[in-house]
Design a protein around this ligand. Structure first.
Ligand code: NOJ
Length: 735
């Protein structure tokens, strides 16, 4: 009898293959019991939530699969594990609905790429898409179907440790990066065996945590929410993202994992999203400590009714949803819609047609750390580096140097360059800076390494040894910053200085009088005023992944001319934050001659390094900014033209940035907003004319009545090498 049933089910599935996905979803749904429906909305972790452990779900988990009571696992990977569990779902569960396996593949599975904040500094969405494509290829080969990425939260506060996971402070750039990553992970065909479904997170506003403290309260106007924080999510949805993750935070008293306004009204009704929403880890359960749900049962009602389709780890749906349906407290319709959304993504992944197609161990062996992927990681890494200072052209270094001191706590670290959320990234695969320099220079140059101090430790005992090697070398490369675990989830910092005794260490080395290049590794902007004033050359390298040392050596020796630009403002002092370029003017903009204006009594308003900032080994000159017209109608367009000349000695890339300011509106507008940019390559002495097209969408915003519109009036256009050094022109929009 049981066999006959299995044959019937299989034949229904095979027969159904010719039908449209929606018909197939309905057909599966019609056969499901209430418990099986709830099962599709349940996700458990098979390992640890950072995904660094080889996962082995418990026997209890396996039983749940055989009963159709779980629809997804996170932190289970490796073709052997995923095949074993999938087999239970297909051979032991009644309806044979395949499982979907997800993991935080944030910047690579085993071949670690630069952290997302670093990648955003390339200002190169195509490159970032390519990076995501490779990450997906590797992840899919290990049995994964789904990554909890891209993290598209706008972050204006570097105290927040998760700033490292996103693309910085700007909604326009953030939207391009969000779309690029979605396209990269999902490819053109989600059912191919090297594509995985993306998850835009954390929906929404999580980056606005008060005081930059992780998980903290968020409060902001709906206008700022929509104009700034929601933009990258919308871009991800437009790019076809299959899933979103509802965030931990509340906004205006409503925790986002219980927000019908966000998860249903905006996401589904306004944006037409038809994939599914997974909660963040226990974020449905956290509706209780938020003071929004009285118990887990209540939390289940609020979560599902708001639009959270899949419950990650709270067990709220697992324990209560079936009863709630039976009691009529949650409608069958709501349940069915959520189940359909989950099935839809499983169908789109092709899991119903070939549930094992991601479980090919041969492919897994061939793909993991494959040379092409490793090379791609180096390519992205060198383009992510931002040159912050280069006095008297100390860089690039000459390969004929006799001796180099490579010192500091991060100089030979093979673990830290992996950065946070490195999935299966391993220190043994990382090229440290010392190793990268040796790879580049062979034995022709003496390389003296000393650690000098730890990243975050009070001991100065080893300073002397490092001073000694500095003294006997021609030049010093000093690698300082944060350890990989200092900027990540739950790693908010109240100080943004170099941790431990590192600044004292830099000062000690400085006393040797040797030329010094500081190589920073960190996951957030740091307040490095002393270094910025006194050290002649500074490279911001973030956490670059497994090819870190090679990429840094490429830049230090000029095999690659740095082109990265900051996507997040560097403050001078922590007391300035949140500090971001697209702020409002206020009624009393700062004026040095007027005491009663908006500034700090004790420090300057200006940042240490502004948004969009980054140097090159060559120099660029901007001239002849012109507009095709100085008056347009609301549906009109303007061409902006500017000449950019390479006035230095090296070939180099420049990121030409266009900002707009709407001078007067029915609501106030930011002093500048990035609206376009172009990355161009120029030979020495070459001039290129760069054109931008201002289209109506670049002038739109939420007006006083919350209509997304353009208002007639005067605008300024700024074009330049960063958000501060710009040329300026004006135009008007007329009715
Ligand atoms: C919690 C984090 O906030 C989220 O970003 C992550 O995807 C989940 N844990 C799963 O690991």
């Amino acid at each position: 009898m049981k066999n006959l049933f299995i044959i019937l089910c299989l034949s229904t599935i095979v027969f159904a293959q010719n039908k449209s996905i929606e018909e197939r979803i309905d057909s599966v749904l019609s056969k499901m019991t209430l418990e099986e429906k709830v099962g599709q909305l349940v996700q458990y972790s098979g390992g640890f939530d950072t995904g660094t452990q080889t996962a082995r779900p418990s026997e209890a988990h396996e039983k749940l699969i055989s009963k159709g009571k779980v629809g997804s696992f996170l932190n289970v990977f490796g073709t052997e594990s995923t095949r074993r569990l999938q087999k239970i779902a297909l051979e032991e569960s009644r309806l044979k609905i395949p499982l979907i396996f997800g993991l935080d593949v944030i910047h690579g599975f085993r071949a670690t790429f630069p952290v997302p904040l670093a990648e955003s500094c390339t200002w190169d969405p195509q490159l970032v898409q390519m990076s995501a494509r490779w990450q997906a290829t590797e992840a899919a080969s290990t049995g994964l179907h789904w990554t909890f990425n891209p993290m598209v939260d706008i972050a204006r506060d570097p105290r927040w440790g998760r700033i490292v996971e996103g693309s910085g402070e700007d909604p326009y750039l953030g939207s391009l990066m969000a779309a690029a990553r979605v396209k990269g992970y999902q490819g053109d065909n989600l059912s191919a065996d090297n594509t995985i479904v993306a998850c835009a997170k954390h929906f929404a506003g999580y980056g606005g945590a008060e005081g930059g403290r992780d998980y903290n309260t968020v409060d902001m106007s709906e206008r700022t929410f929509r104009d700034v924080y929601l933009k990258p999510f919308h871009a991800a949805v437009e790019a076809g993202v299959g899933t979103l993750m509802s965030s931990f935070n509340e906004i205006g008293g409503v925790p986002q994992s219980g927000s019908k306004f966000l998860l249903t009204d905006i996401l589904r009704k306004e944006w037409g999203f038809d994939g599914f929403v997974v909660s963040d880890w226990n974020s449905v359960g956290e509706l209780i400590p938020h003071g929004f749900a009285k118990d887990l049962k209540d939390a289940a009602i609020l979560g599902i009714n708001a639009g959270v389709d899949m419950d990650m780890e709270a067990s709220a749906y697992f324990n209560f949803l079936a009863d709630l349906i039976n009691q009529g407290k949650v409608s069958k319709n709501v349940l069915d819609e959520s189940v359909k959304r989950v099935l839809r993504i499983k169908f789109r992944l092709g899991l119903f047609d070939d549930p094992y197609k991601y479980c090919n161990s041969e492919l897994e062996k061939k793909t993991i750390l494959n040379k092409e992927i490793v090379n791609a990681s180096r390519e992205v890494a060198k383009k992510s580096i931002v040159l912050l200072k280069n006095e008297k052209n100390l860089l690039p270094l000459n390969k004929n140097l006799k001796s180099i001191a490579v010192i500091g706590p991060l100089a030979n670290s093979k673990d830290d360059p992996l950065g946070p959320w490195a999935a299966q990234g391993r220190a043994e695969d990382v090229v440290s800076v010392v190793e990268g320099l040796k790879n580049k220079l062979g034995n022709s140059v003496e390389i003296h390494y000393e650690e000098g101090c730890k990243v975050n430790d009070p001991s100065k005992n080893d300073f002397a040894k490092a001073v000694e090697v500095a003294q006997k070398s021609e030049i010093v490369i000093l690698c300082v910053g944060e350890s990989r675990g200092m900027s990540a989830e739950a790693r908010s910092r109240a100080y943004l200085d170099l941790p431990g005794v590192q600044e004292d260490f830099v000062k000690e080395i400085y006393k040797t009088g040797k030329p010094i290049v500081v190589v920073l590794m960190n996951g957030r902007p740091l307040t490095i005023n002393w270094i910025s004033e006194n050290i002649p050359a500074i490279l911001e390298t973030w956490f670059l992944g497994i090819q870190s040392g090679n990429a840094i050596a490429d830049v230090l020796f000029g095999d690659y001319n740095p082109s990265g630009k900051l996507t997040t403002t560097f403050p001078r002092y922590v007391g300035q934050v949140p500090l971001y370029y697209n702020h409002k003017n206020t009624g009393r903009p700062h004026n040095k001659n007027d005491f009663y204006t908006s500034y700090y009594f004790d420090i300057d308003n200006s940042p240490l390094y502004p948004f969009g900032y980054g140097l090159s080994y060559t120099t660029f000159e901007y001239s002849n900014l012109s507009l095709s017209s100085d008056r347009i109608k609301k549906d009109g367009t303007i061409t902006v033209t500017v000449n950019v000349k390479n006035s230095g000695k090296y070939e180099g890339e420049e990121i030409v940035q266009l900002y707009i300011r709407d001078l007067v509106g029915s609501v106030t507008r930011p002093v500048k907003e990035l609206k376009d940019f172009k990355k161009i390559l120029l030979k020495p002495h070459e001039t290129k004319t760069v054109h931008f097209l201002i289209t109506p969408d670049k002038l739109m915003f939420y007006d006083i009545n919350m209509n997304y519109t353009i208002e007639a009036g005067d605008f300024k256009v700024f074009v330049g090498k960063n958000s501060v050094d710009v040329l300026e022109a004006s135009f008007s929009v007329i009715d």
